[in-house]
Design a protein around this ligand. Structure first.
Ligand SMILES: NC(=O)c1ccc[n+]([C@@H]2O[C@H](COP(=O)([O-])OP(=O)(O)OC[C@H]3O[C@@H](n4cnc5c(N)ncnc54)[C@H](OP(=O)(O)O)[C@@H]3O)[C@@H](O)[C@H]2O)c1
Length: 339
C-alpha cells in the first residue's frame, strides 16, 4: 500500500496537538473518487475544533475545505473522470433538499469524521462539485464553508435584491465572501471591522460604507444613520453574544438576520421582541448543501469573482496557518498548499 502524508489532531494532557503522519491509502468504494488535494483552507470552526479535544476523536484529520484533482475513480463512478478539478461539500451527505440534523455528525474535519488536511482524500461522487475554470485551487479551497455559508444566507434563504443593503461583521472568510457576492448584484454593503486598514481594503473591494466597531462601538446606530434610520435589509450575524442586540437594533423592517457566527462565544439570550415590531426574521444558517455549493460556483463563474486569499502556507507549516487564524490579523482566507 502506498503511503501519503496527512495531519491529525492528537490528544495530549494539554489538549490537541497538530501532528503530521504517514498514512496508507485506503481502498476505494465503487462510487468514490480519490482526490489529490492541492489546497485546503481554514475556518474559524477549525479553531473551535482544535480547542475542544472532548468534542472530536483522537487522531481526527482536521479541516473541511479542500480543492484538488481526481486521480482514481471507483468502478461505478459515472459523473467524474481522472483529471477533473473538484472540491468536496462541507456536509458530504447533504447533497440537496432539506437539512437533516443527522448531517451534523458527518461534517468534514470535526467530531468523528476525518477532514481534508491530507495529500489524498476520498469522497463520494455525489459529494463533490466542479471547480470553476477561472479559479485556482487555492481560491476554490476558500469556498466550501465560508463561501457556501454566505451564499446560502444571502441567496438561497435571504433572496437578497440589488437595491438592498447588507451589513457584514469583520473581514474574515464569511464576511468578505458575503461582501463580494452582494456587491456583485449591486447591493450596498456595510462592513464593520476592528481595523481601519482592513476597512480601507474592504472599501477597495466594493464596500458601500465602513464602520470601525472598536472606535464606534455603537455601530448599530451608525448603520441606522447611514440608511436614513430605516436599518439594513440583511445582516450576516457573525459576532454572537457581543453583536446580537446591535444586529436586532440595526435590522430594517422586513429584514433578515442570518444567524451564523460565534466569534464572541456561545450562549446569551438576545431580546427578540424588537423583531416583532419590525416584522423581521432570523434565519439559522448551517453552511449549506452540495447543491448550494454548485449554485455558488455557477454564480462565481458567471461574475468572474475571485475569493480573497490573505496568505498561503506550505503543507509542512500547517501549524502557522492555525496561528495566523488565531491572531485574527487576516483579511479573507488563509489557505494551505498541499503536495
Ligand atoms: N453557521 C455556519 O454554518 C457557519 C459557517 C461558517 C462560519 N461560521 C462562524 O462564523 C464566524 C466567522 O467565521 P469565519 O471563518 O469567517 O471567521 P474568520 O475568517 O476567522 O474571521 C474572523 C474575523 O471576524 C472579526 N471579528 C472577531 N470578533 C468579532 C466580533 N466580536 N464582532 C465582529 N467581528 C469580529 C475579525 O475581523 P476584523 O479584524 O476585521 O474585526 C476577525 O478577523 C465564526 O464564528 C464561525 O464559527 C458559521
Amino acid at each position: 500500500m502506498a503511503l501519503h502524508q496527512q495531519y491529525a489532531l492528537v490528544r495530549s494532557e494539554a489538549g490537541f496537538n497538530l501532528e503530521q503522519q504517514s498514512q496508507e491509502l485506503g481502498a476505494l468504494h465503487p462510487r468514490q473518487l480519490r482526490i489529490k488535494v492541492k489546497a485546503a483552507s481554514l475556518n474559524y470552526r477549525d479553531l473551535l475544533t482544535f480547542n475542544d479535544p472532548a468534542g472530536s476523536k483522537d487522531g481526527l484529520v482536521p479541516l473541511s475545505d479542500a480543492a484538488g484533482e481526481v486521480v482514481e475513480i471507483g468502478s461505478k463512478v459515472r459523473k467524474w473522470k481522472i483529471g477533473d478539478r473538484v472540491s468536496p461539500g462541507f456536509f458530504p451527505a447533504w447533497t440537496d433538499g432539506a437539512f437533516s440534523q443527522s448531517h451534523l455528525s458527518n461534517a468534514l474535519g470535526g467530531g468523528q469524521t476525518d477532514g481534508v488536511l491530507s495529500e489524498f482524500i476520498t469522497a463520494d461522487e455525489a459529494a463533490v462539485v466542479a471547480i470553476p475554470d477561472h479559479l485556482g485551487f487555492h481560491e476554490a479551497a476558500a469556498l466550501p464553508c465560508a463561501g457556501v455559508t454566505a451564499w446560502h444566507a444571502l441567496f438561497e434563504r435571504g433572496k437578497i435584491q440589488p437595491e438592498q443593503t447588507l451589513l457584514v461583521q469583520g473581514t474574515g472568510g464569511v464576511a468578505l465572501l458575503g461582501l463580494q457576492l452582494a456587491t456583485a448584484i449591486g447591493a450596498r454593503v456595510i462592513v464593520i471591522s476592528s481595523s481601519d486598514e482592513k476597512l480601507a481594503r474592504a472599501k477597495a473591494l466594493g464596500a458601500w460604507q465602513t464602520i470601525n466597531y472598536k472606535s464606534q462601538p455603537d455601530w448599530d446606530q451608525v448603520a441606522l444613520e447611514l440608511t436614513d434610520d430605516r436599518g439594513v435589509d440583511h445582516i450576516l450575524e457573525l459576532g454572537g453574544p457581543s453583536t446580537y442586540d446591535r444586529s436586532i437594533a440595526a435590522i430594517a423592517p422586513g429584514g433578515q438576520i442570518a444567524q451564523i457566527g460565534v466569534l464572541s462565544g456561545f450562549g446569551s439570550r438576545p431580546d427578540m421582541t424588537p423583531l416583532q415590531f419590525k416584522n423581521a426574521a432570523v434565519n439559522g444558517i448551517c453552511v449549506g448543501s452540495v447543491a448550494h455549493y454548485a449554485n455558488l460556483n455557477r454564480f462565481l463563474r458567471k461574475r468572474r469573482i475571485h475569493p480573497v486569499i490573505d496568505a498561503d502556507i506550505p503543507f509542512d507549516n500547517a501549524g502557522t496557518a492555525y496561528e495566523m487564524l488565531r491572531s485574527a490579523g487576516h483579511f479573507g482566507k488563509i489557505t494551505i498548499s498541499v503536495g
